[in-house]
Design a protein. Sequence first.
Length: 299
Amino acid sequence: MRPGLEQQTAPAPLAGPESGEPTAARVRLGAQLRQLRQAAGITRQDAGAAIRSSASKITRLELGRTGIKPRDLADLLDMYGADPAGQASTMALARIGNNRGWWREYGDAVPGWQAAHLGLEQSASMIRGYEPRFIPELLQTPEYARALLTSMNGDLDADRTERQLAVLLRRQQILHREDPPRVWTVIDEGALRRPVGGLAVMRAQFGHLIDITRLGHVNLQVLPFRVGGHAACGGPVELLRFAGDQLPDVVYLEYFAGAVYPSRPTELACYWDILNQLATQADPPIASTLTIEQLRSGL
């Protein structure tokens, strides 16, 4: 239960890395509006009509997928009976949510389906994941990432490759900021053995993985071939968790031309359990580092 929402009070002030991040602000705002609407016993259809729109618009607002005009937000808050303090705080949250994300400056290097993930990633206190194909993006060296992006984009789209690389390097800064998220990732052995960019690139990439495991907030495990089949055979999984209780967990499942964000509580619990299973089946961190060292020595 989210504290205070049943009494239609204001959300706690944003603090930390999410304070200026529009995606996290929109998700928080959406959750707040949904709680207020439900507490007031108002349907999405009626709420949509109050702002001269539709139930689907209310759904998008409550999922944090779009910003909201100040006039529309004021009308909804009046309709829901929010107190003055709650209205002022929620308006401030909406102003953050209406800001442009930093990734917009990179144009089509960031597809629309990825934008929400980039924004929420910046606000997460924990990033858990499983990667069966390649080195996880946050742990890639620039050379590895450039070689991988070039293989995907082709040599004729070098400009887009460089913009995508710039986005990735900017994302990776969260690992070295003052309040970094805890990163707990399981890498399939196949991802480590898949050559990308040549021997020198792979040798440097393995060295980078070994170095980055020395960071206290990064936990890396290798899922060896001997495990065989497992719960996440379908593809990569990432789960973002946030400090406090203002944002729900976010699951991100990326595929070749898009991504999905499962959001039902049962789905979130399922993927958390899958990641726990993988962490149990994978080698522990020390043994995983030894595996990476052996792979580097063999190049």
